[in-house]
Design a binder for this molecule. Structure first.
Ligand code: SAH
Ligand code: SF4
Length: 372
């Protein structure tokens, strides 16, 4: 529940609105789920809440903590589906240092990008706001096990909506959860530390600009429509010209809010989208969009029809972008040992729709037909 919904709930119990903030603080800032431990509520209210409400974190099915500090959880959500959440600490992994949580928004994904294992799984269902914010709750709890509410301080510092699913296709629950991430009575994260990543659901990008102020990342992956139609099929519905226009509108929003740039994600697929020519096309495409470019070395998964570009190629590609004046970084691949890298989140989950096998066949066919 958002703050407003909780206030309405307390009013319906004949209580004052401010109870909402008290309960939010207990849940999010102190990690408390038992109403009887919420010591500033009256005994009577504690009993009423215990009877009428519950605070239930998502059920952890597996968890794996990697050598490099990366943590991964597989949650079983209502109906038995599995979703994943990954926590990536900063290099130096200090106790209170930067910790980025990669959160899922849907079970599977309907969009079927050709290089993404979540896409190969097909779409099952949207996550609820509780299932989304609950991923952050569990991650924070893992750093504060056994500590008293007052010492509950070692928290996730950054959130990226880059787990399973397309967040803009589960719009309201995602915006509701991100509002709690930003709300000072809940997690109070700064708007620059909450990032939504989208494959480019153009109409929803305009809505997002109106509804909430968070950082935006776009999964571009190709500098022209022909190639992007193949890698990110939603491009056929919302082609690059529309996508870039929506991205500019997000940055140059009329609101006095400050969105300084868009992050452009670009997966490096050997021989597919990583040539010098592609880099020059990208420079041209992004010339009027304040953007930072993040190159993601492709993370392979079973039956994937691609290979990761070589380090030399990635380096040459990023040099072209840097020389053209862009800030371009290469994403470090972490958590490989626990299958927690981008696009590997489903790990061993079965490919129920056999999309991956079909894809492999169609790519092989295309390669045969290409002149050598
Ligand atoms: N659906 C959203 C957010 C989830 S995907 C989106 O597409 O933006 C998060 C990021 O991981 C996206 O940029 C996605 O393109 C990238 N990704 C997916 N599969 C990958 C893979 N196998 N290797 C590297 N990056 C991948
Ligand atoms: Fe869905 Fe994003 Fe994967 Fe594309 S890259 S299939 S939009 S999760």
């Amino acid at each position: 529940m958002s703050k407003g919904q909780l206030e309405t709930f307390f009013e319906s119990l004949g209580e004052k609105k401010f109870r909402a903030v008290q309960v939010m603080k207990w849940i999010y800032q102190f990690g408390v789920t038992d109403f009887y431990q919420m010591s500033n509520l009256s005994k009577k209210l504690q009993a009423i809440l215990d009877d009428k409400a519950c605070v239930v974190p998502p059920k952890v099915k597996f968890k794996q903590f990697s050598e490099d500090g990366t943590r991964k959880w597989v949650f079983e959500v209502a109906g038995g589906s599995l979703v994943e959440t990954v926590l990536i600490p900063a290099e130096d992994s200090k106790e209170f240092g930067r910790k980025t949580l990669c959160i899922s928004s849907q079970v599977g994904c309907a969009l079927d990008c050709s290089f993404c294992s979540t896409g190969k799984q097909g779409f099952e269902r949207d996550l609820t706001p509780a299932e989304i914010i609950g991923q952050l709750w569990v991650a924070n709890a893992s750093y504060n096990e056994g500590v008293s509410p007052n010492d509950y301080k070692n928290m996730v510092t950054n959130v990226v909506m880059m787990g399973m699913g397309e967040p803009l296709l589960n719009y309201e629950p995602v915006v509701a959860s991100m509002s709690l991430m930003l709300d000072d009575n809940a997690y109070g994260l700064s708007k620059r530390r909450v990032t939504l990543s989208t494959s480019g659901i153009v109409p929803k990008m305009y809505d997002l600009a109106k509804d909430i102020d968070v950082a935006l990342a776009i999964s571009l992956h190709a500098p022209n429509d022909e190639l992007r139609n193949e890698l990110v099929p939603i491009n056929k519905k919302y082609p690059l010209a529309d996508l870039i226009r929506a991205a500019k509108a997000y940055v140059y929003d009329e609101n006095p809010r400050h969105k300084k740039h868009i992050t452009i994600e670009y997966v490096m697929l050997n021989g597919v989208n990583d040539t010098d020519e592609h880099a020059y096309q990208l420079v041209h495409l992004l010339k009027d969009l304040p953007s930072k470019i993040n190159l993601i070395p492709f993370n392979p998964f079973p039956h994937a029809p691609y290979q990761r570009s070589s380090n030399n190629r990635i380096h040459a590609f990023s040099n072209i972008l840097n020389n053209a004046g862009f800030v371009c970084t290469v994403r470090q691949t972490r958590g490989d040992d626990i299958d927690a890298a981008c696009g590997q989140l489903v790990g061993q989950v079965a490919d129920r729709t056999r999309r991956a096998a079909k894809w492999q066949q169609s790519v092989a066919k295309r390669q045969q037909n290409q002149p050598s």
